[in-house]
Design a protein. Structure first.
Length: 355
């Protein structure tokens, strides 16, 4: 994933804040019955095993900007909020995609489908309960994320700025996810610029620019510093998501967390597909993609067709251009040397994900 310096102490502090929030949720659920208790337990499992790179971005930005001393629990609370936000989006995204597993094990919706079946529900009833539980789990995680920031022991001016960042991240991500679904269900094809904007909005703000800016806010950095981190995060986040599109089409199951070629199997309208549509080879690519859902052999044929069309190479070039833009923002900035070094290491780590 993404490696950050000095992460062991920070991760321990972040995990402690996440554990405290989830323990509070579990304790409060005890009096509300077996279903509420099961939901709280499923939420905890949904947060387990993450790389924590979003909250670590908050800490890394704070530490490399030479900000004032603050109580570490407050920094880790704010950082942990971005992990809970991420988990909330993942849980809701699984509902949107009708996924019942994540990395080979039942997700929140999958767990509650099994729970419903064990209680005698038919397939429709099990699906209804699974979706309801996942939606509610995501809602609770969103609330807990906002609560962490709202209750952090920091000056009220910083809290207001952080809540504004958080609010914007939620809104932009929701708009991006909605646009992604609209593109998927529309019979026509969205233009490449629209698909690219959707790709950016789904991930770049909440995963990169907002956590980096949050660290800058906590360090009481000036406006130019915050602006540089915002611009950097947006370019890095777009590059990261475009690489995810490459992984979804060409990466291994281990890299994607789903079956190999999952985006091709699911006929996702990614920027890769938009680029292929612009080529003379589109009829051949389209025919291959139409068969991709039938199995591994057809997926391999679709991969070959996409590569032969030049779409894969064009997307790889776009990834390189986007990451080079992120590097240029860093080198042109007046950020402290430690911060510049950390950001450039991030770009290199993202680029290493290209399949």
């Amino acid at each position: 994933m993404i490696a950050l310096a000095s992460t062991s102490v920070a991760r321990h502090g972040i995990d402690a804040e996440i554990d405290a929030a989830l323990s509070r949720l579990e304790a409060r659920s005890q009096r509300l019955g077996d279903g509420a208790q099961a939901l709280a337990s499923a939420i905890r499992r949904a947060t387990d095993g993450g790389k924590r790179f979003r909250p670590l971005l908050v800490v890394a930005a704070f530490e490399t900007l030479d900000g004032p001393d603050i109580a570490l629990p407050a920094l880790y609370q704010v950082a942990a909020a971005f992990e809970l936000l991420h988990t909330a989006f993942v849980v809701h995204d699984d509902v949107i995609d009708h996924d019942t597993e994540r990395r080979g094990v039942p997700n929140v919706g999958g767990e509650f489908r099994l729970r419903a079946s064990d209680k005698g529900a038919d397939a429709a009833g099990a699906a209804l309960l699974g979706d309801a539980a996942a939606i509610l789990a995501g809602d609770l995680l969103l609330h807990e994320a906002g609560r962490l920031i709202a209750l952090a022991e920091i000056p009220s001016t910083l809290r207001a700025e952080l809540l504004a960042l958080f609010d914007e991240a939620v809104l932009v991500s929701a708009a991006g996810e909605l646009a992604d679904v609209e593109n998927a269900v529309s019979p026509g094809e969205a233009d490449p610029d629209t698909v690219l904007r959707t790709t950016h909005d789904k991930t770049a703000v909440y995963s990169f620019s907002a956590p980096l800016e949050a660290g800058a806010v906590m360090s009481e950095a000036d406006a130019p510093t915050r602006h540089a981190l915002q611009r950097f995060g947006q370019r890095l986040g777009l590059g990261y998501q475009l690489i995810d599109d490459l992984i979804g089409a060409f990466g291994t199951a281990a890299a994607s967390g789903k079956d190999e070629g999952c985006d091709l199997r699911e006929a996702k309208k990614t920027h890769l597909i938009s680029l292929a549509r612009e080529t003379e080879s589109w009829p051949e690519v389209s025919e291959a993609l139409a068969q991709a859902h039938t199995g591994p052999v057809a997926i391999r044929a679709a991969q070959v067709a996409l590569s032969a069309s030049g779409a894969r190479a064009r997307l790889e070039d776009l990834v390189c251009e986007t990451l080079d833009e992120a590097r240029a923002i860093v080198t042109a900035s007046t950020l402290p040397a430690a911060c510049r070094a950390m950001l450039l290491e991030l770009v290199d780590a993202v680029q290493e994900r290209v399949p």
